[in-house]
Design a protein around this ligand. Structure first.
Ligand code: GLN
Length: 501
């Protein structure tokens, strides 16, 4: 048996508990697959085989002693922007080359406390700025469904690794869609938690009023499991909220009957790819057949969301990235004549073009004379967008929308036209600006056999609702089980009672 790599988190747990496989076998299997696929995929920036095998052996030893934990011995891949003690954290930037994390992020510490194994670091757009993973300073990542296409971004390495079964599950981060977009382009599940649900301590900050860490998984149950472990208050992140963490898995037991699903008129517009629209519409009909009620809602501020997002995110990025000055972390140019020369040349050398563009844009919109016209107005638009969504949630429980106007596109197609790329974030950024939660679930394929993602948006701290809706839909479809063409055939596993695992 050499297809353990195809398992989900909950399947791994079941098989590890039964003793069908060991954590070492699981990790060895993944390493073998990573070696075979990586030359064509590029999902990882680094794989820590030694540490992962050591953690796996420790987990197996604990299990032999009769100990268990929710993720004991289960390997998770981590986007290279979240600190894992002893591992690199480059943020896909030259400026952090050579840096090693001295500590675990809180989300990592919580997964580790449940026995998770940290296998490697996944590729991303530099500092999470981008929608395709083409902005990585090190290499691109290819879409497992079509290697000529982008995997989405900025958590494209995590999306590709999960879809290609190079990982059991992964973590991504979402500031304006970076978990949901690669999940939809690669055909896996991605969840952006509400702002304040998961601690960002140990996450390298991009835009602090938006950033969230989220799970990228093979099914909705796994997203519920990982979120349940990571969520909750942390005294080290003052924006993390003290609200109790519900039992997210329990929320999966409820079906769709009686649930009101809102369709925002402004999301089904011209420019929406016909295959994407057809896939999402069919998913909506399926939810209706499952007993949900469909209601029309309006989010009139939608056309302004992208502009507001790029002003606010860039403003915050320009402040957050000031810390990379050659003194504290990573790269420092040699033979500088004075400190100013050292700062300037280190930053000029260390940051890539998109990061520089954001720093310049962010500094500009915050500068005196322009602050009111750009930054302040963007903040006002942000409030109106939140009000739009709050009003929509008076009429429905969750919203159903496409994740993006298109499926994955060709590598290089939009990289020369930043504005066109930014516009692809139109359906993802409103939930981010409003601090609400959102889920991406596979809902079909285009005529070119590229995955399509259905977005389920919920009010802040209503993750149970989006998980319930996503799970009920997923259970009646097989999209999430389909495998990319180059990968191994589908694996069927059943429990003692012959139920599919
Ligand atoms: N594509 C968006 C950007 O480039 C979102 C990035 C993200 O969510 N990290 O800013």
């Amino acid at each position: 048996m050499s297809e353990w790599n195809q398992l989900t988190v909950h399947q791994c747990r079941e098989l590890l508990e039964r003793g069908t496989c060991s954590s070492r076998q699981l990790v060895e299997n993944l390493i073998e697959v990573i070696h075979a696929l990586e030359p064509n995929l590029g999902a990882y920036l680094s794989v820590d085989e030694e540490q992962a095998l050591r953690q796996a052996d420790a987990a197996d030893a604990l299990r032999r002693q009769g100990k268990t934990a929710r993720l004991l011995g289960i390997p998770i891949a981590v986007k290279d922007v979240i600190n894992v003690a002893g591992q690199p954290c480059t943020c896909a930037s030259r400026i952090l080359e050579g840096y090693r994390s001295p500590y675990d992020a809180t989300a990592i510490a919580r997964l580790r406390a449940e026995g998770a194994v940290f296998l490697g670091r996944t590729n991303m757009d530099e500092f999470a700025m981008g929608s395709t993973t083409e902005n990585s300073a090190f290499h691109i990542t290819r879409n497992p469904w079509n290697r000529e296409c982008v995997p989405g971004g900025s958590s494209g390495g995590s999306g590709a690794a999960v879809a290609a079964d190079e990982a059991i599950a992964a973590l991504g981060t979402d500031t304006g869609g970076s978990v949901r977009l690669p999940a939809s382009f690669c055909g896996c599940v991605g969840l952006k938690p509400s702002y304040g649900r998961v601690s960002r301590y140990g996450l390298t900050a991009f835009a602090s009023s938006l950033d969230q860490i989220g799970p990228m998984t093979k099914d909705v149950r796994d997203a519920a499991i990982l979120l349940g472990i990571m969520a909750g208050h942390d005294s080290r992140d003052s924006t993390s909220v003290a609200a109790p963490v519900p039992d997210y898995q329990a929320a999966l037991q409820r079906d769709l009957s009686g649930m009101k699903l809102g369709l925002p008129r402004e999301y089904f517009i011209q420019g929406l790819d016909p295959d994407v629209e057809a896939g999402v519409q069919e998913a909506i009909r399926q939810c209706e057949r499952l007993g949900a009620r469909i209601v029309d809602v309006s989010l009139p501020m939608t056309p302004h969301a992208v502009a507001a997002y790029y002003i606010i995110a860039s403003a915050e990025a320009s402040a957050n990235l000031a810390r990379f000055d050659g003194v504290r972390y990573g790269l420092r140019v040699k033979d500088a004549v004075d400190p100013m020369d050292m700062y300037q040349r280190t930053r000029a050398m260390g940051f890539g073009p998109e990061v520089k563009r954001r720093i310049i844009l962010g500094t500009y919109v915050l500068s005196s004379g322009y602050h009111d016209a750009y930054y302040l107005n963007a903040q006002k638009v942000r409030t109106l967008i939140r009000r739009d969504l709050e009003q929509a949630f008076q009429a429905c429980d969750v919203l159903l929308t496409p994740v993006a106007p298109t499926a994955a596109y060709r590598i290089g197609e939009k990289s020369q036209n930043p504005l066109q790329m930014y516009l692809g974030d139109i359906f993802a950024v409103p939930a981010s600006l409003a601090g609400m939660c959102a889920l991406s679930v596979p809902c079909g394929f285009t005529s070119h056999r590229l995955p399509i993602g259905l977005q389920v948006i919920g009010p802040a701290f209503c993750e149970e609702r989006i998980l319930r809706a996503g799970y009920a839909y997923e259970q009646t479809t097989a999209w999430h089980r389909q495998k990319p063409p180059v990968m191994a055939p589908e694996l069927h596993l059943t429990d003692k009672n012959d139920n599919e695992l």
